[in-house]
Design a protein around this ligand. Structure first.
Ligand SMILES: [Zn+2]
Length: 213
């Protein structure tokens, strides 16, 4: 995908997620890997009025390559994941309400549904706390994410990585739903968590059988 198409896809995805309440106001940030590095949403701008020219292009070591807008304060968070994970093509960070509430517990999100096992392969880890926009936050997040596709950021929010922006967005939406289910089951004593062997079977078997191939 060329950079212009990627910028348009970022804007469209951000607006869809805004409409679904998964990001609020100017919160959260979106990026896509490109040949030169990454394209990321600008700092502190509402998604409704964004145009492709507002989205800066940065090298993965943080050098601005194009675009006059200041990039998201969380650019290092995105860049660190691209540097460590060659398979990741898109990263989305949100402050969606239930995921952020789960992140405030500083615990992994347990596997209460087979869907979570299939989509995330198990618990969704929680990264150690670090202040917004810091190198430490980027390191903690990338470390906790490991080879997975979703991570909670302690007392802050959530992040999902994917092989496409659509995949990262779908994961953010599902992570929010799984966090919601977690709090609903907590009302009735916490529910029954899937056992490691059940998680493994769900994750391996369904990823082979599900969907159109
Ligand atoms: Zn944030």
């Amino acid at each position: 995908m060329d950079e212009q198409a990627a910028k348009l896809e970022i804007i469209r995805t951000a607006r869809e997620m805004l409409a679904k309440g998964l990001v609020q106001g100017t919160g959260g940030n979106f990026s896509v890997r490109c040949a030169r590095g990454m394209i990321i949403t600008p700092s502190g701008m509402g998604y409704g009025a964004l145009t492709p020219d507002d989205l800066p292009v940065l090298s993965l070591d943080g050098r601005p390559l194009e675009g006059g807008r200041k990039p998201s304060v969380e650019r290092e968070l995105h860049a660190e994941i691209y540097r460590r994970r060659p398979d990741v093509k898109a990263v989305i960070h949100t402050h969606s309400v239930y995921a952020t509430a789960a992140a405030a517990l500083r615990e992994p999100l347990p596997v209460l549904t087979d869907n979570q096992a299939v989509l995330f392969g198990g618990e969704i880890p929680c990264a150690e706390y670090a202040p917004i926009g810091t190198r430490k936050l980027a390191e903690h997040a990338a470390l906790a994410l490991g080879s997975g596709s979703g991570v909670l950021l302690a007392n802050h929010g959530a992040l999902c990585a994917g092989s496409s922006l659509a995949e990262a967005a779908a994961k953010c939406e599902m992570l929010e739903i799984f966090a919601q289910i977690y709090f609903l089951t907590a009302l009735r004593g916490g529910g029954v968590k899937l056992k490691p062997e059940e998680i493994q079977i769900e994750a391996e078997d369904m990823s082979r059988r599900y969907g159109q191939r």
